[in-house]
Design a protein around this ligand. Structure first.
Ligand code: FAD
Length: 238
């Protein structure tokens, strides 16, 4: 099943590993790094991993210089809510206070309910205590219908003259949201530390996996180091 989730990189510092190398180099250079010729980007990656990160050196400061921005698409509201707890990343997301056209479209049947809400696939799940349960085809169909009826109730409120910020109380929790988020390399890795571990919500783990793929394309050497030493291992920074 296509889950409708996507993460697109919309802006990124060019040559991020070179920038980290320059910041690191300034830490022990007598003269301004402006005047030096850094090694190639891939070589800078190798050097910064060895000198800053390898062997748990924990010298993360230089990773704060390169910045990256993503457009995150179609994740449920709860995922956005949890990711927004990370104070070193910046987010922009629709509040629902002024608009909610997609709920009106779903109410009319102009947009599919699956396109507007996220419901987990049919299958076997377990609760936090390990107790197993089934999510059946029929239950999922009923839940989709519940979302559709909720959109109709939302539409009725809007027709009755309610504001969007008042009518949105009718909407089930896991409506899909798109957002723009930005952060520096260190902030992104910290977010991965917390959201790629096994007790994070499933959608957050999935998000983290996708985010890591984008990160590793941008900073391949740091990405390889991260995957090997920290990724999914719940090695948390304080
Ligand atoms: C599996 C899981 C379940 C969770 N459940 C809940 C929940 O039920 N309810 C809930 O409210 N939250 C919950 N959280 C959120 C969690 O408690 C953190 O608030 C959130 O993940 C932000 O991470 P962080 O504390 O590392 O801070 P970030 O904002 O990501 O900041 C990064 C780092 O900067 C430092 N820092 C940032 N701000 C400060 C500050 N003001 N003072 C001191 N140091 C600072 C800390 O070293 C911090 O680790 C959960 C998180 C996870 C991963």
């Amino acid at each position: 099943m296509d889950n409708g989730f996507a993460i697109h990189t919309i802006a990124q510092t060019p040559n991020p590993q070179t920038l980290v190398w320059l910041a690191m180099h300034q830490d022990y250079s007598e003269d301004a790094v402006w005047d030096c010729s850094p090694p190639e980007e891939w070589r800078c990656g190798e050097i910064i991993v060895r000198r800053l990160l390898g062997g748990d050196r924990g010298h993360y400061g230089p990773l704060e210089h390169p910045q990256i921005s993503f457009n995150v698409v179609g994740f449920p509201h709860s995922t956005m809510q949890q990711l927004r707890t990370h104070r070193h990343a910046t987010f922009d997301v629709q509040s629902g206070r002024y608009t909610g056209q997609r709920f009106l479209d779903a109410a009319k049947g102009d947009r599919s309910v699956e396109d507007v809400f996220w419901l987990r696939p049919v299958g076997e799940y377990s609760d936090r205590n390990g107790k197993r349960y089934q999510y059946t085809e029929q239950q999922r169909r009923d839940d989709l219908e519940w979302c559709r009826v909720a959109c109709q109730r939302y539409a009725a409120k809007i027709t009755a003259g309610f504001s969007e910020e008042h009518a949105r109380a009718m909407i089930p929790f896991e409506f899909r949201q798109d957002w723009v988020m930005s952060g520096n390399a260190r902030a992104i890795l910290h977010l991965l530390d917390l959201r790629w571990k096994k007790d994070a919500q499933w959608e957050c783990q999935f998000f983290a996996e996708m985010l890591f793929e984008r990160f590793a394309l941008w900073m391949p050497a740091v990405g390889a180091w991260y995957a090997h030493s920290r990724g999914g291992k719940a090695r948390l920074a304080p």
